[in-house]
Design a binder for this molecule. Structure first.
Ligand SMILES: [Zn+2]
Length: 250
């Protein structure tokens, strides 16, 4: 007990600081786990498509060209004497496909209508992207246990705005979009419109600003000079961090 009383003020404050940093690590670990699980599920899906599906010859029957977004071709294929068609999920450069071009289609035996173009670009970008985001967040969460450098802390601020907006968007969609809860189903058009607008602005910006405000309020950055807590403050459009122990700015 005596030893604790002898601790200098700075050391006592360190305990709070460590707690604040752990809180930050948890705040980053939650979306990290979410993205990693989602990424894993998508990797599993893509692997199942690649190695577990049957292959059939297909042919490009329409290019669906658009001026600025390239092509999203429609592909026709036949399984067991029945013809099916689908449009690719991804956009491709206009010169990648031609009418009548032969391609390979993936389909599962129990859902032959659920065809997919056999290409890396169709299968893997989403699972890889989600996994990379998850791993990056996990690495940040690990590092955040002992405080983040102001530059990384600022980067997390920006990331949390995006994640907050995505979370808000998800809530908005769950409530309003067809197939969700459809809280405005059967309401007059004006009510649906105004309610939708209000709900949109009540979820997306609030979640985005709320996430970053909580982050800045409860999780300080780590001063590169004295390892003290640094608080971020918006000066114009810039985020400036100032150390409350040594006054270092970054
Ligand atoms: Zn400092």
């Amino acid at each position: 007990m005596a030893a604790q009383h002898d601790l200098p003020l700075g050391e006592l404050m360190n305990a709070d600081l460590v707690r604040a940093w752990r809180r930050g690590a948890v705040a980053l670990a939650v979306p990290a786990a979410f993205f990693l699980l989602l990424g894993l599920a998508c990797v599993r899906g893509a692997a199942w498509r690649t190695w577990g599906n049957h292959r059939a010859p297909g042919v490009v029957i329409s290019l669906n060209l658009s001026h600025n977004r390239g092509t999203q071709p429609t592909i026709e294929y036949a399984v067991g004497g029945k013809t099916y068609k689908f449009q690719t999920a991804g956009n491709y450069p206009a010169e990648r496909f031609a009418m009548g071009q032969n391609v390979t289609v993936l389909y599962s035996a129990d859902r032959p209508d659920f065809g997919m173009l056999d290409s890396f670009g169709e299968l893997w970008p989403l699972p890889i992207g989600l996994s990379v985001v998850g791993l990056a967040l996990a690495a940040l969460a690990w590092k955040a246990r002992s405080g983040l450098h102001p530059a990384l802390h600022g980067l997390c601020s920006f990331g949390l705005v995006v994640l907050g907006a995505l979370a808000g968007m998800t809530v908005f969609c769950l409530l309003c979009v067809k197939g969700g809860l459809e809280i405005f189903a059967g309401a007059p058009r004006l009510v649906t419109f105004l309610g939708g607008v209000l709900l949109f602005f009540g979820t997306v910006p609030v979640a985005a600003c709320g996430a970053v405000a909580l982050w800045q309020r409860y999780v300080p950055a780590r001063c590169p000079r004295c390892s003290g807590p640094m608080r971020g403050q918006h000066v114009g459009r810039q985020l400036i961090y100032t150390c409350s122990d040594c006054g270092q700015r970054g």
